[in-house]
Ligand binder design. Sequence first.
Ligand code: ADP
Length: 475
Amino acid sequence: MKVKSNFFKSLRFRIMILLVILGIVPSVIVAGSVVRGYSDRAMELRTSNVKSQCNVLNDVFIQEDYLNHPDSEAANSQLELLANVYNGRIMLIDQDFRVIKDTYGIDEGKTILSADVIRCFQGEESSRYNQRSQFLKIAIPIGNEENSGVMLITASTTEIETTISLLEQRAFIFLGIIIALVIVLSYVLSGFLVKPFSKVTKSIEDLTDGFQSGTISVLDYTETELITDAFNKVLSRMKVLDESRQEFVSNVSHELKTPLTSMKVLADSLVGQQGVPEELYQEFMQDITAEIDRENKIITDLLSLVKMDKKAADLNISKQNINNLLEDILKRLRPIADKRNIDLILDSFRPVEADVDEVKFTLAVSNLVENGIKYNVDDGWVRVSLDADHKYFYVTVADSGMGIPEDAVERIFERFYRVDKSHSKEIGGTGLGLAITKSAIAMHHGAIKVYSKEGEGTTFSIRIPLSYILQEVPK
Ligand code: ADP
C-alpha cells in the first residue's frame, strides 16, 4: 500500500515551522524594541530639553518679577521664541490659578484648575505624552517661594512621530525581507535535514524486489543508523526464515519420498518374482507397513502444525486430571524408552486439575518426552515433574541427553529447525515437534522455556494457567 504523502503531516513541515518561528520571532522582537527604544529615548530627550529651557526662562521670570508684571518685554519675547521653537503653546498660571500669559492669547484671565497644575503647586513636575494629538504636555513650577506659579507647556512631537513612522516602515521592510528569507531558507534546510529519511525509504524500496539481495545502510544520523540496523535485523530474520522454509520444503519432499521409494523397491521385488515364499512375502509386507508408518508420521506432524495455526476457538477445552494425562503419556512412550534402557520417571508433587485441550496438551508433552528419549544416551533418564500453585501448573521435562549447543537454543522452536540435520534425520525427527509444542502451549496461554547444557542434558519447563480464559492468543 502506498502512503499518500501529506506535506502538513511531514517531519519536513514541522522542522520548517520550527525554523520559521526561531527565525521570525527574534527579528520581530528586535525590530519592535528598536522602534520602541528610539521613541522612548526621543521623548525623554525632548522632555528634558523643554524642561531645561523652562528653567532658564524661570531665571528671567524671577529677575523680571514676571508673575506680578506679566508685561515684561524681555520675558514675553523669550516665551514666544520658546513656544515657536517647539511649535507649541505656553501658559503661565499664578497662585490664584489664573492664566496670566497664553502664547496663543486665548485663555488669558481664565482660571485653570487641572490636576497637573494643582500637583505642580505642591512641587511635583509632570509630563504627559498624548500620542493621538502628538503633543507633549509639561507642567513645571516657576517663580520663587514668595510668589510661585506654574508654566504649562504643550510641545509638538510631530517630527519625532515622523521619524518613528519612518523607522517603522523600515522595520516592516526589514521584517518582510527576513520572513521571506527565513521561509526560503527553512524550506531548503528542512529538505536537507530530512533527506536521510528519504534515503532510508529509498533503500528499503530498492530492496523490496528481493530481500535476499543485501542490507541497507544510512549512516547520516544516529536515528537513521538505528532504523537501518533494526531493519537489517528483520531482514536477516526473514532471510533465515526463508532459508529454513526452503530447506523444509526440500527436506519434507525428501522425507516423504524416502518411504515411498523403499515401498516401491519392496513391492517391485515381490511383483517381479514368481512363487515368492510366504515368509518373504510376510517380511516385505512388514517392511512396507513400517515405511507407511513413517510416511504417516511426517504427514501427521505436518497436519498437527497446520491445526495449531488455527484460532483459539478450535480448542476443545475441558477439565482434565493432569497427573493422569502425564502418566498415560509416559506409559505409551515407555516401550520406546525401554529399547535403549532409558528410565522414564514421573514426579507428581500434588494432584492437579486444569482446563486443557486433552489432545493438544498430550501432543505438546509427548513431543518433549519423545525428544528426551530420542536425544538421550543409552541407559539415561527422562524425568517429568508436575507442580502447581493457585494460578498455574508447571510441567518440566528433564533429560540426561546430549544437550543443545548454546547458539541453537534460541532456534529450536522454529519450524523445521534441527540442530544436527544428518543425525536427527537418522533419529527420525522432522524438526516440527517443538514448533507444535510451542503453538499448543501458546494456545493454552502458557509459556515454555528451555535450559540446556551440551553433553549434560536439557530441561524444558512449561507453565499453563489452571483455568482457561478465552482471549486472543498473543502472536
Ligand atoms: P525433531 O523432530 O527433529 O526432534 P523438534 O522440533 O522436536 O524436531 O526439535 C528440534 C531440534 O531440537 C531437534 O532436531 C534437536 O536437535 C533439538 N532438540 C529437541 N529436544 C532436544 C533434547 N531434549 N535434547 C537435545 N536436543 C533436542
